[in-house]
Design a protein around this ligand. Structure first.
Ligand SMILES: [Zn+2]
Length: 97
């Protein structure tokens, strides 16, 4: 499946405010470092980005490998395979090496 930038934009919405989704996932993948791991390995949850100064739940996972809040749960309506993760990484982190 070839992902368009609209697909890549919409997939990224599953990377925040997603705690219930993560908790019913069998695994999750990180868009930043490409690691896959089990939801139980996630140690840190943060309020979603852009919520500074507001009372918001800590419902956004941080990657246990690289610490970036770009975790995609397997329960999201997206195939969480290596090619998808690589495409997402190129799209969202193209300036990171
Ligand atoms: Zn990571």
């Amino acid at each position: 499946m070839l992902l368009t930038s609209a697909d890549l934009e919409s997939i990224q919405r599953h990377c925040s405010h997603h705690r219930p989704l993560v908790e019913r996932s069998t695994h999750a993948g990180c868009l930043r470092c490409g690691a896959t791991f089990k939801p139980a390995e996630i140690l840190e949850w943060i309020p979603a980005p852009g919520a500074e100064g507001r009372e918001t739940p800590e419902d956004t996972a941080k990657c246990p490998k690289c610490g970036v809040d770009s975790v995609l749960p397997s329960a999201a309506p997206v195939s969480l395979d290596e090619r998808t993760l690589a495409a997402l990484r190129r799209y969202w982190f193209k300036d990171v090496h």
